[in-house]
Design a binder for this molecule. Structure first.
Ligand code: ATP
Ligand code: FE
Length: 371
């Protein structure tokens, strides 16, 4: 089994080829980080154009790096949601073109399920059921994975995701955004005193597993304003005093942002063990899971419960084609795929895109049947 995975749900155009045994034959990501840095966010129309410009090349590069032609593929997997519909369409169109021309089955993939399931590619011991914390720019989810396609959502964000808070903190501190904000904040935080700025932990009084990062974002903004830090002055040119106060804010923000995750994860583990007592793993994935400080803090949380932490390597945590190909493989094996589309596709504008697509049912605490 050899599957091509295509991902265009947000700002990265990605493709990869993976074998049924989990061997990664190739992986290509074309990032729009430069566009993002210039315009300060994702503009759907611009992102769509950027995907359209590179999609053919990205897929071709994935084939070339794997030394394969389309004829040697078994199936094509593609993200159909959640994400920006204009962007999703570029990937789906490409996937249907390849599948149609070479008579290949096509597999529809849920982007967040793929963030979770890629952990099963790197950790072969990871069986269902397991608990997953999915943290990225647009999502902050705690889900109990019962089996393929079957999830209970224990918590989500009521406003912003943690990645959004990292990105804004980076922007307001004037950090280098050419990659994304998260890694820049993580790096600067290493120089700072995490106890120096007293940010309050969100939602302490809510004894649930939901998240909120909008208030913390505002606290950071106010802290920066009250210290008269000028984000237009690059970090490298700033006086050492300015640099150290920015580092203190980065470190204090990161500490509290992660304390919020820790508190929610502890509760989620307790809930999850009641619903599925056999769980042995907490998967932490999504772009923000690349953060080493987060990994080490969450490792301590799971140790208390004798669970094991599974974090994919950073290049499989941020958006990538491997996770789409792998989730495609899992679905293919379960018989969940569509027949090859017709070559001259009459339904061009009627693709089954799912821009808003929740991962599983919401958990109502106290209900006897959580599913
Ligand atoms: P979605 O929300 O649809 O999954 P996304 O566009 O947010 O997708 P991802 O690649 O999954 O894409 O996550 C990107 C986010 O991860 C950005 O907000 C980025 O700042 C954050 N991030 C990446 N590396 C780190 C890090 N080391 N520390 C903190 N945040 C990070
Ligand atoms: Fe993502």
């Amino acid at each position: 089994l050899v599957v091509l995975g295509i991902e265009t749900s947000c700002d990265d155009t990605a493709a990869a080829i993976v074998r049924g045994n989990g061997e990664i034959l190739s992986q290509v990501v074309s990032s729009q980080a430069d566009l993002l840095a210039r315009y300060g966010g994702v503009a759907p129309k611009m992102a769509e154009e950027a995907h359209s410009q590179v999609i053919d090349q990205v897929v071709q590069d994935a084939l070339d790096k794997a030394s394969l032609t389309e004829r040697e593929l078994s199936a094509v997997a593609v993200t159909i949601g959640p994400g920006l519909s204009l962007c999703l369409r570029v990937g789906v169109q490409k996937a249907r073109r390849v599948a149609g021309s070479f008579n290949l089955p096509i597999i529809s993939v849920h982007h967040m399920e793929a963030h979770a399931l890629v952990a099963r590619l790197i950790e072969k011991e990871l069986q269902f059921p397991f608990l997953a914390l999915l943290i990225s720019g647009g999502h902050n989810l705690l889900v109990l994975a019962h089996h393929l396609g079957h999830y209970t959502q224990l918590g989500t964000t009521i406003d912003d995701a943690i990645g959004e808070a990292f990105d804004k903190t980076a922007k307001w501190l004037g950090l280098d955004m050419r990659k994304s904000g998260g890694p820049a904040v993580e790096q600067l935080a290493q120089e700072g005193d995490a106890e120096s700025v007293r940010f309050s932990i969100p939602m302490k009084q809510h004894k649930d597993c939901n998240f909120s990062y909008a208030g913390l974002k505002t606290q950071v903004k106010l802290a920066i304003a009250s210290r008269n830090i000028d984000a237009k002055v690059p970090l490298s040119c700033a006086s050492s005093l300015d640099r150290s106060s920015r580092a203190d804010i980065a470190a204090s923000f990161q500490r509290v942002a992660v304390l919020h995750l820790e508190e929610r994860c502890e509760r989620a583990v307790e809930w999850a063990l009641k619903i599925e007592p056999s769980i042995k793993h907490l998967v932490v994935s999504g772009g923000v899971a690349s953060n080493q400080y987060i990994r080490s803090r969450l490792d301590q949380v799971v140790q208390k419960y004798s669970l094991q932490l599974v974090c994919p390597p950073p290049n499989l945590c941020t958006d990538n084609g491997v996770m789409i190909a792998w989730t495609g493989i899992e679905n293919f094996r379960a018989g969940r795929y569509d027949s090859p589309p017709p070559t001259n596709d009459p339904d061009d504008f009627m693709y089954d895109l799912r821009p808003r697509w929740p991962l599983g049912e919401e958990y109502a605490e106290g209900s006897s049947d959580a599913r």
